[in-house]
Design a protein around this ligand. Structure first.
Ligand code: CAA
Length: 259
């Protein structure tokens, strides 16, 4: 698939996905969401990619779903668009590789929701976050009513969604929406450092940790703990567990093979 609105690049063990529709501040129309869908499939199929970074071209990460496209929707079209966005973002959330959102600018509406479907969010000091949908007469539609509360807690999510207010990076850091804030020119370098640090660990163990966390957070603690012990047990059938522990005991560098 030829991409018009995104750029997918490989950098060593990393995939860098850039939303690239700067004339509309990277707003997500259905074409762009379909391209993200295809990129996630490509990344999933590439065993050499061990971590993913998502960012935006220009001054915006993603300024939301495309208002121009949505303006004349009826409810059938609205449902179709929300189902598309939710299906793709859920696929991204379930991708068996760690995903870092490097939020370089506006992360509003669908943009904030895109970052919430990633495992880790880091931001430029110029980033701005918000769910401005109620100011447009709609609810968040790409997962914001669900993932924001799971990330920053019910009260803060409700305040952000009900007020439609836009917050700066330092406030996003304070409420736990992002893990760290960097100077704009350092953001991608820091994202790559973080992604490479993750990619240096045993990929299957990272993948299983992600699955256990994502599944466990949605269920009761006894079911959740069972996911953990199954993941833990499964790791002992991998070559990388033998390598990691043997290298520790032999006091040498480890060399993981994703096996
Ligand atoms: N959809 C479509 N086009 C958008 C857009 C969006 N979400 N956000 C920005 N643009 C376009 C603008 O229309 C403008 O296009 P033109 O040059 O053709 O006029 C261009 O991007 C540049 O935008 P601005 O001139 O507005 O730039 P600014 O720096 O003055 O303001 C901004 C930046 C505060 C982000 C402002 O553009 C804005 O408020 N955008 C909308 C943000 C928003 O409400 N997002 C939520 C969308 S709803 C949603 O996402 C639903 C969901 O959950 C799925």
């Amino acid at each position: 698939m030829e991409y018009k609105n995104i750029i997918l690049e490989k950098k060593g063990k990393l995939a860098l996905l850039t939303i690239n529709r700067p004339k509309a501040l990277n707003a997500l129309n259905s074409e762009t969401v379909a391209e993200i869908d295809s990129a996630v499939d490509k990344i999933a199929a590439d065993d050499n990619v061990l971590a993913v970074i998502i960012t935006g071209a220009g001054k915006s990460f993603v300024a939301g779903a495309d208002i121009t496209q949505m303006k004349d929707f009826n409810s059938v079209e609205g449902r179709k668009f929300s189902r598309l966005g939710n299906r793709v973002f859920r696929k991204l959330e379930n991708l068996e590789k760690p995903v870092i959102a490097a939020v370089n600018g506006f992360a509003l509406g669908g943009g904030c929701e895109l970052s919430l479907a990633c495992d880790i969010r880091i931001a430029s000091s110029k980033a701005k976050f918000g769910q401005p949908e109620v100011g447009l007469g709609i609810t968040p539609g790409f997962g914001g009513t669900q993932r924001l509360a799971r990330t920053v807690g019910l009260g803060m999510a409700k305040e952000l969604i009900y007020t439609a207010k836009i917050i700066k990076a330092d406030e996003a850091l304070r409420i736990g929406l992002v893990n760290s804030v960097f100077e704009p020119e350092k953001l991608l370098e820091e994202a790559e450092n973080l992604a490479n640090t993750i990619a240096a660990n045993a990929p299957i163990a990272v993948r299983m940790s992600k699955a256990a966390i994502n599944r466990g957070i949605q269920c009761d603690i006894d079911t959740a703990i069972a996911y953990e012990w199954e993941a833990f047990a499964e790791c002992f059938s991998t070559e990388d567990q033998k390598e990691g522990m043997t290298a520790f005991v032999e006091k040498r560098e480890k060399c993981f093979k994703n096996k």
